[in-house]
Design a protein around this ligand. Structure first.
Ligand code: SF4
Length: 441
């Protein structure tokens, strides 16, 4: 990624302000921080624009598998370490299903994984994709199984076979939902590129050797397939660590263009798969394929993934809304807090401990905690009043409104703004159970 000064060299330096920035230098800084695109300046000439677009394209190509709301984006990464900026697209988890399983077995398998969902700090996690594996060796059986799998789920699919003949009719049948073709090795690359090109589909390339992989990338690109994902092998943890790290490093340094694509790992099943998958999540894999996965294995992996892929510059937030706790009614108190996840879940847990019915209003403070948000002017009585009115809280309850004790100062102005009784709550959330029980008496 070019620096602000490198971007600045290509800008007209007239400081006209049409890009929304006061000066060309300010715009160059926005470009370097990926907060603006070069299109926002109408005065950059075509040649310079092309150069800038090329040099500012992410070093790991961004690709999409699937279609519609459930499509999975991969790649687009720009850093080696999360703290340098952020990782962009979380690793997708996929489950492999054989094309030889019966209709009933496939239905059971798919529904088992679709039901596997976990909620953690306000986000729900599921399996992201399914892989249809060619065990039959028969094009018609594979096509029939692909159509059946598609009818059972709208998650993105991977069509896996070493035979282009087996893959081609299934790829044509499902091309509208953009499955990944897996995959091309040295022996079948021309035929696989032809299938991917004919159906405008992304293609996985398979090979352990980085130099040979770069050569295959060249063959695929010359054949007209640009959306690639690379399987550099998953035989051991050492191999995953070395191959994935080298591929990411050389792509970011732009010293070796051929490997700038999302990576994938096939990890199998059982405890060894867990270890490999953990490493793959931490070390740059965009897609991890399991032969099977139990809920107790999926939960820690999805938690790890969430931790690696959250933006370190953006606090985890919950949605601004009115949250009913313990079936509140029209006499129940209304408490409010900020949308910083850690604050919300702590307050919520303490309210639940009290077993008292409460309406909890979350106010959007851009993820700041109570005192920080108040100091930053994002948790004023106006913000709280607007949130209470927008959520309908004031119509649903005539009970007292309770401010967090740390922002007791809000109570007077809030009472005035709402024309309703406002009480001061506890300094610490942990004191809420006792406070709420006393309030009830
Ligand atoms: S629109 Fe272009 S020329 Fe005008 S200030 Fe922005 S970068 Fe500079």
């Amino acid at each position: 990624m070019p620096t602000a000064i490198e971007f600045f060299k290509f800008l007209p330096k007239t400081n006209c302000g049409e890009c929304g920035q006061a000066t060309c230098l300010a715009f160059a800084m926005q470009l370097a921080n990926q907060k603006a695109t070069i299109d926002a300046c109408p005065y950059v000439d075509g040649g310079a624009k092309e150069k800038l677009e090329e040099s500012s394209a992410p070093p790991v190509r961004a690709i999409t598998i699937g279609s519609g709301d459930r499509a999975v984006s991969m790649g687009g990464e720009t850093v080696l370490y999360r703290h340098e900026r952020r990782f962009v697209n979380p690793t997708a988890f996929a489950i492999s299903i054989s094309d030889t399983c019966s209709a009933q077995e496939m239905e059971q398998e798919v529904s088992k994984y679709l039901d596997m969902a976990f909620e953690r700090v306000g986000t729900v996690f599921n399996i992201d994709m399914f892989v249809l594996r060619d065990d039959s060796g028969d094009p018609e059986s594979f096509r029939t199984a692909a159509v059946r799998l598609r009818s059972l789920t709208d998650l993105p699919l991977v069509l896996e076979s070493s035979s282009a003949d087996v893959l081609s009719s299934a790829a044509a049948e499902l091309r509208d939902v953009r499955p990944l073709i897996y995959g091309a090795g040295q022996d079948n690359i021309e035929a696989m590129v032809a299938v991917a090109k004919e159906n405008s589909l992304p293609l996985a390339l398979i090979g352990n050797d980085l130099d040979r992989m770069a050569e295959m990338v060249e063959v695929a690109r010359k054949g007209g397939v640009e959306d690639l994902i690379l399987d550099l092998g998953s035989s051991s943890m050492k191999h995953i660590l070395e191959s994935n790290t080298v591929a990411r490093k050389v792509s970011l340094r732009r010293t070796f263009k051929g490997l700038g694509y999302p990576l994938m790992n096939l990890v199998g099943s059982g405890p060894a798969a867990m270890m490999k998958a953990s490493l793959a999540v931490m070390k740059y894999s965009s897609l991890v394929v399991f032969d099977s996965l139990e809920a107790q294995q999926a939960l820690p992996l999805m938690t790890l993934r969430q931790n690696i892929y959250t933006d370190p510059q953006v606090p985890i937030q919950v949605k601004e809304d009115l949250y009913p706790i313990s079936d509140p009614g029209e006499e129940s108190p209304i408490l409010f807090t900020t949308n910083f996840s850690l604050t919300y879940f702590t307050v919520r847990a303490d309210i639940e401990k009290s077993r008292q019915p409460v309406w909890l209003q979350v106010v959007d403070t851009e993820g700041l905690s109570v005192l920080t948000a108040y100091a930053a002017g994002k948790f004023s009585h106006e913000h709280v009043a607007t949130a209470l009115q927008a959520s309908g809280a004031l119509d649903r309850s005539k009970g007292p409104i309770v401010t967090p004790g740390m922002v007791a100062k809000l109570s007077g102005k809030l009472e005035e703004a709402l024309g309703r009784k406002v009480m001061v709550g506890t300094m610490e959330s942990s004191a809420l159970p006792k406070f709420l029980k006393n309030l009830r008496q």
